[in-house]
Design a protein around this ligand. Structure first.
Ligand code: ATP
Ligand code: TPS
Ligand code: MG
Ligand code: MG
Ligand code: MG
Length: 324
């Protein structure tokens, strides 16, 4: 990259979707109006070269798309709409990433941002010794009073997910092995679709709902709900939805429960809200799949499979555990 400042000019949007932006890129910080009657939601997640992507698994366009998607997913998990985003990019001094590739990365973000009406309002440009690092902060909004917290689950609740899990891990596996990868695995891994419309339906249901997006794997996120809510979660293996066809049982189990990066939502809610939800999801042509229930007990998760009930440990992706 020749010049930091011309690069910033090259990625600066020439218009905003949101009328609440007062000053976006170009000043010391972004200035925007809050909207009355709404909570603001803020989330930041980072993608690191060789941890979250390599040149083999993702193009620059995919890296940008996914860096924004994983953050929009956290807004979806709070039932909100994404409104703004800020991007911090640290570029290797070695020149392993060209300015054209970085612009492609921003193009990937812009495609998703335009789909959701999210505005790029700031960021930071920096250098690293060897790996590309891209960190995105997303700001969103949800109606005052909506709290889809991980701590909301109660015994007697239904446990649900918004769609199939495991395809992203399958995609990663095929990409790393260098084998021909089925198209829907590639899409799941490289361009995951954040579940904003499902999150909005959940927010509008008006009931008590625990919610979490699946970044580290179904087992891990279910455990987070169990821990935060002080309950036991039971997952019925036969109900866990996946699109893994012709794969061995061993891989199917590994990818669906522990693969991660699915960015579907997992939640828990009482019977009455569940009935309202099944109606509203059906009306909108969206999926909500019952996969288990919440019971009283220790803060843990059980897998019900072939008549057996075994503890399902976190076991998903953990940056500080060797082998991940
Ligand atoms: N280094 C940190 N400093 C401050 N807060 C943090 C830090 N890392 C995580 N958090 C906070 O901890 C909570 C859980 O973060 P975590 O990153 O595990 O959630 P997530 O984004 O849903 O998961 P993932 O990162 O796997 O997508 C969030 O409230 C987050 O803001
Ligand atoms: C090259 C390569 N190796 C491994 C993975 C798998 N992976 C990386 S981070 C993560 C969990 C979510 O991360 P975070 O907790 O940071 O949100 C997973 C499943 C990948 N995508 N690319
Ligand atoms: Mg995070
Ligand atoms: Mg999350
Ligand atoms: Mg996240």
């Amino acid at each position: 990259m020749k010049d930091e400042f011309s690069f910033i000019r090259s990625i600066q949007p020439d218009r905003h979707h949101q009328p609440t932006v007062v000053a976006g890129i170009g000043d010391d910080a972004a200035l925007y109006d809050a909207e009355e009657g709404f909570h603001e939601i803020a989330a930041v997640d980072t993608l690191v070269e060789d941890m979250h992507f390599t040149k083999k698994t993702m193009t620059p366009f995919h890296i940008g798309y996914k860096a924004l998607a994983v953050n929009v997913s956290d807004i979806a998990a709070m039932g909100g709409r994404p409104v703004y985003y800020l991007v911090s990019v640290s570029v290797p001094k070695s020149g392993s990433w060209s300015e054209a590739e970085l612009q492609e990365m921003y193009k990937g973000m812009t495609v998703l941002a335009d789909e959701y009406g999210v505005d790029l309002i700031g960021g930071d440009t920096n250098a690293t010794n060897d790996k590309l690092v891209v960190s995105v902060t997303v700001i969103g909004r949800v109606e005052k009073g909506v709290r889809l917290l991980r701590s909301n689950a109660k015994p007697g609740d239904v446990v649900f997910v918004t769609g199939p899990v495991g395809s992203s891990a399958a995609g990663l596996h095929y990409l790393l092995e260098g084998d021909d990868c089925p198209e829907h695995y590639l899409k799941a891994h490289q361009m995951p679709e954040p579940q904003v419309s499902a999150g909005r339906l959940l927010a509008q249901a008006g009931g008590r709902i625990a919610l979490n997006d699946i970044s580290d794997g179904l087992a891990s996120e279910a455990n987070e709900i169990a821990e935060a809510s002080g309950v036991t979660v039971e997952i019925d293996w036969s109900r866990v939805p996946h699109d893994l066809h012709g794969e061995t049982d061993e891989y199917v189990e590994k990818w669906t429960l522990f693969g991660g990066e699915d960015f579907q939502l997992i939640g828990c809610t009482g019977q009455q809200t569940w009935e309202r939800l099944t109606e509203s999801f059906e009306k909108n042509g969206q999926r909500l799949i019952r996969i288990g229930r919440v019971v009283e007990g220790k803060r843990e998760v059980f897998l019900l499979k072939n008549g057996e009930r075994t503890v399902l440990k976190k076991g998903g992706y953990n940056h500080f555990v060797k082998g991940d």
